[in-house]
Design a protein around this ligand. Structure first.
Ligand code: GLU
Length: 304
């Protein structure tokens, strides 16, 4: 399929779409991004690359990195991991304290903030140099040694990160955080601060479209069983409390971030990233969701 043509057609369909979303402002640095940026990149498992718009511009991947930290932690901890974090959709905002109290410090899933903070804690415990080792892993997945954290974005989030610190403290009180709170939270902010282009991020997610094996390097990153499970968690929990609607409209496992990116995979076919910074009320890219909905309808192709 010539996806470049499809992107043009889908973009035409969205011409009349009025985007009333707003750029995330609770992390001051994110507010500086031009709201009308729009990029798309799709990598097929057999080596095809298709792009549209601002696909070569770096953006803050934010929560999309939670899929990569989960991948690393799952590989280290195996099924022990699921004693500390669940795999159920939350149905609540991604930074809810109420739900965490109710669940006695065991986050519903690894993609809400509390769950990703537990995953960060696992990596702080198990990696010799968490910050260095994690970015090395992301560079391996992306085949790109230039991928990096943004200290500017991490510091900006830290300056306003009181709610995430509260989540971490609450979990510590329930015995679900092993390490020093500041160390875990700083590492969590670093994970969220990674910057990539749509093309770099789509390339990074290709192993999840290919049953755990990177089709470009031939490296087996994780087993096909783990790849299945990570995609299943994305399907059910990847778009916070909009995961059901996203599944209904788009029909692909995906993960969003408040930087406006959404990464999706179609196992056996492709990985794809869309980026548009204006967010809807649930914190997901407004145009990104609309584009993906029209894309899977136009191509008559989803996992269902
Ligand atoms: N760093 C963001 C936070 O902790 C990530 C949220 C997101 O991308 O959805 O609030």
């Amino acid at each position: 399929m010539n996806y470049n043509e499809v992107f043009c057609e889908v973009n035409k369909l969205l011409k009349s779409h009025v985007d009333n979303g707003t750029v995330a402002s609770y992390i001051p640095e994110l507010q500086k991004v031009s709201p009308d940026k729009f990029g798309v990149h799709l990598c097929t498992v057999d080596g095809g690359n298709f792009a549209f718009g601002d696909s070569e511009e770096k953006f803050s991947i934010q929560s999309i990195s939670k899929v990569l930290s989960l991948t690393m932690a799952f590989e280290i901890e195996e099924d022990k991991l699921w004693k500390r974090v669940g795999v159920e959709p939350s149905g609540n905002p991604f930074n809810s304290l109420v739900q965490l109290e109710y669940d006695e410090g065991i986050p519903r899933n690894p993609f809400i903030n509390a769950g990703a903070i537990v995953i960060a804690d696992v990596l702080v415990s198990k990696l010799k140099k968490p910050k260095e080792d994690f970015i090395k892993f992301v560079r391996q997945l992306s085949g790109n040694n230039q991928i990096d954290y943004s200290d500017r974005v991490a510091q900006s989030e830290k300056s306003k990160g009181h709610r995430n610190a509260a989540l971490c403290n609450l979990m510590k009180s329930f015995g679900n955080i092993e390490n020093d709170i500041d160390e875990v939270i700083d590492f969590y902010f670093d994970l969220c601060s990674i910057e990539m282009t749509c093309s770099e991020l789509a390339r990074t997610f290709l192993f999840l479209a290919n049953y755990g094996k990177d089709p470009v390097s031939g490296n087996k990153i994780i087993s096909s069983s783990k790849s299945k499970r990570i995609n299943a968690v994305m399907q059910l929990c990847g778009l916070y409390d909009e995961a059901g609607e996203f599944s209904f409209k788009v029909g692909l496992p995906g993960k969003s971030g408040v930087g406006g990116g959404i990464a999706v995979v179609h196992p056996g076919k492709y990985s794809m990233v869309v980026w548009s910074p204006r967010l809807n009320k649930k914190g997901n890219s407004n145009k990104g969701v609309r584009f993906l909905e029209e894309f899977t309808s136009y191509t008559e192709s989803s996992i269902f």
